[in-house]
Design a protein around this ligand. Structure first.
Ligand code: ZN
Ligand code: ZN
Length: 376
């Protein structure tokens, strides 16, 4: 981004942090957390610690970061180097990345941008203008993306509440500020889980590694009667019941279902289980959940990939991230848009634009600049 664009983004972020100190949500047990932030010139500062909200706000008002993070872990010495921090526990966290859902709408708002000359292309290829191979995928978020993300959130919450016994008041949900949702769990018992157990939880909600063997179906020969007796009922707990409900309407259909499965064979059933898991499992990024030393984006701060805020989502159905997370001013600025498909922010639609000068409200101008699609 050119200097004027950078100045606009910085100025808007600064104004936001000065005006809206109330949005920044201080994490619990603040003194046990490690904080870090990205600077607009690119450097990451880590291993910071604050005693209270006042200290935290004062620091960020002084430095105006492009992105703010804090550890999901609690440490005895949060400012020490990693090996001396002394881990006390960590919130269990989940990340749903809409970009990973392979949605049909992606083709309408996905593009590749050359890192070198900023040429925008419709598909991933060598830059046609400067022949650079360094191209980066950019995507704008549409209403279909948001609905799909919410669908994954709902599936995840169902697993957490029904299967893992996590209470509604222990779960906090946020729009990430760009193309995803974050879910934080505050539960003192889960806090002490090691990365291995967290990976197991990730596998569980995703439905990874569900084998025909746990339904009594083995690779070698077996008696139909045996399999029927081991086959789950539709109201069984967890994945067994869930799979069963996908395969049959009621338990009376069990003999017919089992016969069909055995006739098709082990491998065919394995594929069917994988398909069901993909459909009803929650699509999360398992790396985020298992990493206990991760610094996670702080709620109520701005995301420099979009200029949108990591915003709390209290009621999933009515939450509109493109409105609720859009917190910069609507003062108009003139920008040169290289290219942009039609997109929505707040109640307004913008574009499509193709190499043209347009007057946009600051929030929309910053959005396109942060995406690499426009300059002041
Ligand atoms: Zn190029
Ligand atoms: Zn979309």
């Amino acid at each position: 981004m050119n200097e004027q664009s950078l100045n606009l983004v910085k100025r808007s972020f600064k104004e936001f942090y000065f005006k809206h100190t109330n949005y920044v949500e201080t994490p619990n047990r603040i003194e046990e957390r490690e904080f870090g932030y990205m600077q607009f010139n690119g450097g990451m500062i880590r291993h910071l610690s604050f005693k209270n909200n006042g200290e935290l706000s004062a620091h960020f008002l002084k430095h105006i970061p492009s992105d703010v993070y804090y550890s999901c872990a609690y440490y005895i010495n949060p400012t020490a180097p990693m090996q001396e921090k002394i881990f006390k526990g960590a919130d269990l966290i989940f990340d749903i990345d809409i970009d990973e859902l392979a949605l049909i709408c992606a083709k309408d708002h996905e593009m590749w941008i050359c890192n070198h000359c900023k040429n925008v292309m419709g598909e991933k290829q060598e830059c046609g203008k400067c022949n650079s191979m360094k191209v980066e995928k950019i995507s704008l978020t549409c209403d279909n993306c948001i609905d799909a993300g919410k669908g994954e959130l709902k599936k995840l919450i169902k697993f957490l509440q029904e299967d893992l016994g996590i209470q509604e008041n222990e779960i906090k949900i946020y729009f990430s500020g760009n193309q995803g949702f974050h879910l934080h769990i505050y539960n003192t018992e889960l806090e002490s889980l090691d990365p291995h157990s967290r990976a197991d939880i990730a596998d569980y909600v995703m439905g990874n590694n569900i084998l025909p063997d746990s339904f009594g179906v083995r690779k070698n020969s077996h008696l139909v009667k045996d399999v029927i007796s081991k086959f789950p009922n539709i109201d069984d707990f967890g994945w067994r019941g869930r799979i069963s409900r996908q395969l049959m309407k009621d338990d009376k259909a069990k003999p017919r279902t089992v016969q069909k499965i055995l006739k098709a064979g082990y491998l065919r059933f394995k594929t069917e289980l994988d398909d069901i898991a993909r459909e009803i499992g929650a699509h999360i990024d398992p790396k985020v959940t298992m990493d206990i030393h991760r610094v996670f984006r702080m709620q109520g701060t701005l995301n420099s990939k979009s200029g949108l805020m990591k915003a709390p989502c209290n009621a999933i159905d009515t939450f509109d991230p493109l409105t609720n997370a859009c917190v910069l001013t609507d003062e108009e600025v003139l920008v040169n848009v290289r290219y942009s498909p039609k997109f929505r922010l707040k109640e307004r639609f913008f574009g499509p634009f193709n190499d043209q000068k347009v007057k946009l409200p600051t929030y929309a101008a910053v959005y396109l600049i942060c995406k690499g699609l426009a300059e002041v």
